[in-house]
Design a protein around this ligand. Sequence first.
Ligand code: GLU
Length: 368
Amino acid sequence: MKLKRLNFLVGLLSLLVLFLAGRIEAGTLPRVLVLATGGTIAGAANGNSDTGYSAGQLGIEEIIKSAPGIDSLPVSVKAEQVVNISSQDMNFEVWRKLAMRISQAVENEEADGFVITHGTDTMEETAFFLSQVLDIDNPVVFVGSMRPATQISADGPQNLLDAIKTASCIDSFGRGVMICFNGRILDARHAVKASCLEVTAFDSTIGGSIGFTDGHGVHYITPGGLHKHKTYKLDFTKITELPKTDVIYICADMDGGMIRDCVKRGAKGVVIAGVGDGNMPEDCLKACKEVSAQGVQVVRSSRVFQGYTHRDHEFKDADYGTYAAYDLNPAKARILLQLLLACKVSDPQKIQAAFNGDRHGVLYYIEK
Ligand code: GLU
C-alpha cells in the first residue's frame, strides 16, 4: 500500500515536472534536431578497398535514412548539415555555429533535444566546449562511429539510433552535454576517445558511464539534476576566435624550450600535459615560472588517461605561477583556459576556482 502511494506520488511529480518544463503536450512527439558535422559516421570507402576511406562523405539525410528503426521511433527528427569534415579539422568557427544554432533552436522552441554527429577524434573537445557555453536544460548528445557507413557491420546506424533515443528521453533533461557511443552514455566533462581501433572507442577519465542504451530504452545509473547552468557567457556574434593556447606534452629528460617557444609564438595560455600528477622536469618548471611572470596562464594537467591533477601536490603551484586542472584532461583544460582568457579572467583565485569544484555557479562575462 505504502509502495503504491509512493509510486503514485513519483508519477504525479514526474508529470508535474514534464508539464512545468513545457516538454509534452498531448499527442506531441519529442523533437530532436540532428546537427551533422561529418566524421567516420559519414564516411565512405574509397572504391572497393577494405582499408582506406574518407570521413565526411555522406549527407545527414542519407545517414538517417540508412539507419533502420529511426523512422519508427516515437520522435520527430529533423536534420541540418552544419559542415561535413573530418574532426581533426574541427575549429572554433564550427563550435560557434553549433552553440548559436542550439541556443536559437531552444529559444524558438524548435527542438527538445539535440544530436550532433561528429568525427571521433575531437568529439570530446567539441562536447566539452558546448558543455561550458550552453545555458540550457535540453540534452545535447554527441555521436559518431568507428567504422565508415559503407563497411560491413558499420556501427554508425546503431549509435545514431541510440543517440536519438537519448536526446528524446525525458530523463536526459538537465544532464548537459553527453556522448552516446557503443551503448554507453558518458558526460562531456570526462568522456575521452580511448581506442583508435575498437568500436568501444569511448571511455571516461573518471567515474565511468552515466548510463547506457539498449533495446529497452535509455537507462541512467547516476542521479540526474546535477548539471548546473553554464559559466561562460560569450557573445558568439562578436567573438570569432579564442586566445591562442598550446598544450605541451611532457616526457622524461625534456627541457623547457617548447614552453618558452610557444609563448614567443604568441600563446597566451599553456597547458602542461604532465607526467603523473601534472609533474615535469626541473627546467620545464623553471620555464613555467618564467612565462607566468610574463602574464601567461599555465595550467598543469596530466598525460595519464585516468585520474586527477591536484594543486600543491609535489610543489607549491603559487611558487611557479601554475594552476591545477583537477579532473580535466589536457585538451579540455585548454578549452577551459581559452574561455577564461576570452572572458579576461585574471584573478588567480578565480582561475583556479574555474578548474576545481567551485567552477559551477561562477559567472564570467566577456568584456565588450
Ligand atoms: N579522423 C576522422 C574524424 O575524426 C575519422 C575518425 C572517426 O570519426 O572515427 O572525423
